[in-house]
Design a protein around this ligand. Structure first.
Ligand code: NDP
Length: 257
């Protein structure tokens, strides 16, 4: 039985980038806590696979899917409208979709810099404010922006990503200062090194893998499962006075040298 503070029944959640990886796991956690979930991605086939899988477990009427590119302002407005038309007003938004691009700053093509910033940071502004307009009208809502340990820590070869995730922290604060008074809690979840498709190459790299395990007090990679509990908490009434925070879910990586 779900504790009433964490019960998300009858609440609609949109999780961007939930066709796979961390977003999929968070979407699953919210559905398990009772939410109606709108799944999202760009690749329609992949999205449909995830939708069908979720619908089989949670019921067709609690699972929707909408495909759009989060870097395109017009698609964002149309996509959010479609999500709300099929599922109802969005009470919980998780800005999760993101990309990585590993090239040193001196060699980085400005177009790739821009793509990473657009996907990881500008999208949270675009999707966030589109959804927030309705949340403000209704006087309540939860926004969870997915940050990273790179919100706090730099690592060579991922400068655009690091800048984008630092931006996510301050965007979370900027949203808080403007929207918290309307009953909306906006927080960021900052995962450590989590084993997903995005990080598969790093897991396969023996030297990098042992460096990560050694650098993490918990002595392991994170699992997507590790994000579920914190996401359900930040999406629920259990976090109603938590505003503008970055919650690191990183096995302790950011508190040690
Ligand atoms: P994945 O690469 O596994 O999944 C990315 C998701 O985002 C997919 O659903 C993808 O859908 C979607 N997506 C990417 N670009 C766009 C776009 N322009 N428009 C719409 N959807 C898009 O990523 P992870 O699960 O690893 O990462 C998810 C989030 O967590 C990201 O913000 C990432 O920065 C963050 N993170 C990840 C960590 C890790 O170790 N994996 C650590 C810290 C943070 P499609 O392919 O259909 O476009």
């Amino acid at each position: 039985m779900t504790h009433p503070l964490f019960d998300l029944s009858d609440r609609v959640a949109l999780v961007t980038g939930s066709s796979r990886g961390i977003g999929r796991e968070i979407a699953e956690g919210l559905a398990e806590a009772g939410a109606t979930v709108v799944l999202h991605g760009r690749d329609a086939d992949r999205l449909e696979q995830t939708r069908a899988d979720f619908a089989g477990r949670f019921g067709d009427d609690r699972i929707r899917a909408v495909a759009f590119d989060i870097t395109d302002a017009d698609q964002v407005v149309a996509g959010v409208a479609e999500a709300e038309r099929t599922a109802g007003p969005i009470r919980i938004l998780v800005n999760n979709a993101g990309v990585q691009h590993r090239v040193p700053l001196l060699d980085l093509d400005p177009a790739d810099w821009q793509r990473v910033i657009d996907t990881n940071l500008t999208s949270a502004f675009l999707v966030g404010r589109t959804v927030a307009r309705g949340m403000i009208e209704r006087g309540r809502g939860k926004i969870i922006n997915i940050a990273s340990v790179q919100t706090d820590l730099a690592r060579a070869s991922i400068g655009a990503y690091t800048a984008s995730k630092g931006g996510v922290r301050n965007l979370t604060r900027a949203m808080t200062v403007e929207w918290a008074e309307h009953g909306i809690q906006i927080n960021a979840l900052a995962p450590g090194y989590i084993h997903t498709e995005m990080t598969q190459k790093l897991v396969d790299d023996e030297a990098f893998n042992s460096w990560i395990v050694g650098r993490t007090p918990a002595r392991r990679w994170g699992r997507t499962l590790d994000l579920k509990g914190p996401a359900v908490w930040l999406a629920s009434d259990g976090s109603d006075f938590v505003n503008g925070q970055v919650v690191f879910v990183d096995g302790g990586m950011t508190v040690v040298v």
